[in-house]
Design a protein around this ligand. Structure first.
Ligand SMILES: NC(=O)c1ccc[n+]([C@@H]2O[C@H](COP(=O)([O-])OP(=O)(O)OC[C@H]3O[C@@H](n4cnc5c(N)ncnc54)[C@H](OP(=O)(O)O)[C@@H]3O)[C@@H](O)[C@H]2O)c1
Length: 251
């Protein structure tokens, strides 16, 4: 059977850890050549090795997404070069997960870094990589939002704001790039058991208790949704938010 992303080139930001690793592995398993990225070269190399061991193809390109336009520009160029001049699928996954903190106690450096990594880099990178997709008339951008971007919660205003921004960007980019063949969508996970989240799992109890599924999700479950939205199976899906939250936002 033909793999769903055979011949496609994908870039996954923040794929040295957590959900991004699962997304990179799942895209590669469907035949995509994957540019793995993040700041940590060692972990990035391990993800590439894992993909290659499974018969896939990947390369690591280092990036610090807290940096400004010049660095993001160089990163986009490096990623394009590593992928042979073309990116067909951009997964904007990297973000700063923040410890819940009262608004008045959030330091300005934290606000700046969260906005830089979780919003500004997404904006800049998409502005660099979606137009060439539009010129070719084909491409997909999948943004990682969150149920945290869909509703309010105390002591999480900064994180929630960054995720709400991502949801908004998806809708504006669906309008901007969709008519040129580039589909832009959001996957909005609920609590997902990455290493970091496992360490605070007990705090998730009240959320999990409200979820019809009765449990937190796995990175692989989020990755399945990303692969679907990146593939031609989702050809009529533009500007959508696919929640992968065990039903939390529905009930
Ligand atoms: N886990 C959840 O429960 C959950 C729920 C809803 C939504 N989400 C969303 O899903 C996405 C992934 O979350 P996760 O839980 O997998 O996060 P994670 O485990 O903290 O991983 C974050 C990734 O982002 C990269 N990153 C962080 N700062 C960076 C920077 N300055 N420059 C470049 N890369 C950077 C990290 O790579 P390096 O360390 O190598 O830099 C890492 O690969 C995020 O958008 C998050 O908002 C997660």
């Amino acid at each position: 059977m033909t793999k769903r992303l055979a011949g496609r080139k994908a870039l996954v930001t923040g794929s040295t850890n957590g959900i991004g690793v699962a997304v990179a592995v799942a895209l590669a398993a469907e035949g995509a050549f994957v540019v793995v990225s993040g700041r940590d070269e060692r972990r990035g190399g391990e993800v590439v090795a894992r993909i290659e061991k499974d018969g896939g193809a990947a390369v690591f390109v280092k990036a610090d997404l807290s940096a400004g336009a010049e660095v993001i520009d160089r990163f986009a160029t490096d990623a394009l070069t590593a992928a042979g001049g073309r990116i067909d699928v951009l997964v904007n996954n990297a973000a700063l997960l923040l410890t819940p903190t009262p608004t008045a106690e959030v330091a300005q450096e934290t606000i700046d870094e969260a906005l830089a990594v979780s919003v500004r880099s997404v904006f800049l990178l998409t502005g660099l990589l979606a137009p060439p997709m539009a010129e070719r008339g084909h491409g997909a951008v999948v943004n990682l939002g969150s149920i945290a971007g869909l509703r309010g919660s105390a002591r999480s205003a900064l994180y929630n704001m960054t995720k709400a921004a991502v949801h908004s960007l998806t809708e504006s980019w669906a309008a901007e790039y969709g008519p040129h063949g580039v589909r832009v969508n959001t996957v909005a996970p609920g609590p997902t058991l990455t290493e970091k989240v496992v360490s605070m799992e007990e705090r998730l109890g009240p959320i999990i208790a409200r979820m019809p599924s009765g449990r937190a999700g796995t990175p692989a479950e989020v990755a399945s949704a990303v692969v679907f939205l990146a593939s031609d199976e989702a050809s009529q899906i533009h500007g959508a938010t696919l929640t992968v939250d065990g039903g939390f936002t529905a009930v």
